[in-house]
Design a protein around this ligand. Structure first.
Ligand code: UDP
Length: 188
């Protein structure tokens, strides 16, 4: 359906992203669920965000099954949430610096508190809720200055992909990944 999915397992994908972080290679990840694939097929602007991604992975069994039906088998699902949790676990060992963007103010506050508690070696260098003025560049400027290893963007689909695609050229390094409702899950 015009979306170039990466053929990779969850663990292989996390390993790949860790390598990209360590090599300081700027990376844009789309974790594409069936909703994104449908939106991209209906809206060329959304497809254009996806075309700018470094990697697109199959977020959910729906994508894996659809690929199978279309004769393009994928090794398995690679979800935004699982990828985020694995990166936090590895970040605990490797002391990654992260930035979190998205969700309601109360949710992001709880997400940051829970990350501090569970992964104390992960340094949250900054965070912002997901309800901001898109004409204000201060969040992107802050991220460009802080230079985190990882930026988790949870603004929903396709807002998170749009935000990353529109701002990516301001950053020199970092893995930027859209993670949908993951902050809501981590907040509890
Ligand atoms: N969200 C946000 N800004 C917005 C709209 C949504 O930060 O302008 C957040 C929302 O609070 C939630 C996350 O994006 O934490 C995912 O939202 P939703 O469930 O609507 O998206 P989906 O999971 O369908 O991608």
């Amino acid at each position: 359906m015009g979306v170039p999915f990466l053929h990779i397992h969850q663990q292989g994908f996390v390993d790949l992203l860790v390598q990209r972080i360590e090599q300081q290679e700027k990376t844009f990840v789309v974790t594409a669920n069936p909703e994104v694939v449908m939106q991209a097929n209906e809206n060329p602007t959304v497809m254009n965000y996806l075309k700018q991604a470094t990697y697109i992975c199959a977020d959910g069994i729906g994508v894996v099954k659809a690929a199978q039906i279309l004769g393009e088998s994928l090794p398995g699902r690679v979800t935004g949430y699982d990828t985020m949790v694995r990166l936090l676990e590895i970040g605990q060992q490797k002391r990654f610096k992260i930035y979190l963007l998205g969700a309601q103010k109360e949710t992001i506050d709880k997400t940051v508190a829970n990350i501090h508690k569970t992964y104390p070696n992960v340094e949250v260098v900054g965070y912002h809720d997901g309800f901001f003025d898109w004409n204000n560049n201060s969040i992107a400027q802050e991220i460009a200055t802080l230079q985190p290893d990882l930026v988790f963007v949870a603004l929903g689909v396709p807002r998170q992909e749009k935000w990353i695609a529109e701002n990516l050229d301001k950053f020199s390094k970092g893995v930027f990944i859209g993670v949908g409702g993951s902050f809501d899950v981590i907040a509890g």
